[in-house]
Write a protein that binds this ligand. Structure first.
Ligand code: 13P
Length: 342
């Protein structure tokens, strides 16, 4: 394992207050989002949309790395330039989603286990060859009556750690993503309890599998009340409980924490990240960053609508969200940025 290059890459992914742009939707997920907006669900539409993202002027000022999908890492611009080259030329590190999805867990109704370990060593070698320098694996943990179960948490944490160890062997920085879902009417406190349990298990397994903490990024959920919980706490309460949960569970050696957005609105995700950095930044051992998909892409996708004439306006919406989120890393994001687009 080349510990120096892993540590350097992990540091670059959180440097200069930049963050990650996740554009690693699987084809079914991407098609679902297209269908909602009446965009054709074709290979060419997916390619054109990803070209729009990677060619957004000035993206590298706010974004350190993008997470691609297997189809996308092999694609090119219309003029034949590989997306990986476009990104690298813009100073953006290409990354790749390597899990093959969360599947129903046998004997555990309502729970899922993420698959993709078989053959992973060979796939990672190929992705490294293609220019990827980091990878992502997402585990999903649902909250409900009697769930998550201990077995679901342990199985997912174990898979995350096996994946992370293989990534580091291949020279790729693992983004370790255990997502506690927002779906349901559970309280903020319940989300805190389950998130703490999940993170504790994840770090036990990461240590057990000898994963270099300095050469990884954690991608957790923010601690949030369930989407249908009648009590929705303030941005400040969410920021405090999230940071305290992370302080209890994430070792200081971890280079950075880059939140997923998980279905929050784009503005709320920026506001919550901003408040965490505003209140705690100087006391934290790790960078608090973003690795959003929906909260960074959705406004752009809605403007694009699959039409060439909307590309430039969609790119402006994308760069606006990227700029807002970099400001949130600095504790400088304000609602006024949304109104002025500044
Ligand atoms: P969201 O920000 O839409 O939750 O996506 C996160 C993710 O895992 C994509 O890589």
């Amino acid at each position: 394992m080349n510990t120096q290059s892993l540590t350097d890459t992990a540091s670059k992914l959180v440097a200069d207050d930049k963050g990650l742009l996740a554009m690693d939707e699987s084809n079914p997920t991407c098609n679902k989002r297209f269908a909602k907006l009446g965009i054709p669900q074709t290979l060419e539409a997916r390619r054109a949309y990803r070209e729009l993202i990677v060619t957004t002027p000035g993206l590298g000022k706010y974004i350190s790395g993008t997470i691609l999908y297997d189809e996308t890492i092999r694609q090119q611009k219309k003029d034949g330039t590989a997306f990986v080259k476009v990104l690298t030329d813009a100073g953006i590190i290409p990354g790749i989603k390597v899990d093959v999805g969360a599947k129903d867990m046998a004997g555990h109704p309502g729970e899922r286990i993420t698959e993709g370990l078989d053959g992973l060593r060979d796939r990672l070698a190929e992705y490294f060859q293609m220019g990827a320098r980091f990878a992502k694996w997402r585990a999903v943990i649902a909250i409900g009556d009697g769930i998550p179960s201990r077995s679901c948490i342990e199985a997912n944490a174990h898979a995350l750690a096996r994946y992370a160890a293989l990534c580091q062997e291949a020279g790729l920085v693992p983004i370790v993503e255990p997502e506690v879902l927002m779906d349901g009417d559970h309280t903020l406190e319940r989300c805190r309890k389950e998130t703490e349990e999940v993170l504790r298990n994840v770090f036990i397994q990461l240590n057990c599998q000898r994963v270099l903490l300095e050469g990884m990024i954690l991608k957790p959920n923010m601690v949030l009340p369930g989407l249908t919980c009648p009590t929705q706490e303030s941005v400040e309460e969410v920021a405090d409980i999230t940071v305290n949960c992370l302080l209890r569970t994430v070792p200081a050696a971890v280079r950075g924490i880059a939140f997923l957005s998980g279905g929050q609105s784009a503005e709320l995700a920026s506001a919550r990240l901003n408040t965490m950095n505003l209140r705690f930044n100087s006391h934290l051992p790790w960078a608090l960053s973003f690795s959003f998909a929906r909260a960074i892409q959705q406004p752009a996708l809605e403007i694009w609508q699959g039409k060439e004439v909307n590309v430039s306006a969609a790119q402006q919406a994308l760069i606006h969200r990227a700029r807002c989120n970099r400001a949130a890393r600095r504790g400088e994001y304000t609602g006024a940025m949304e109104r002025t687009g500044a």
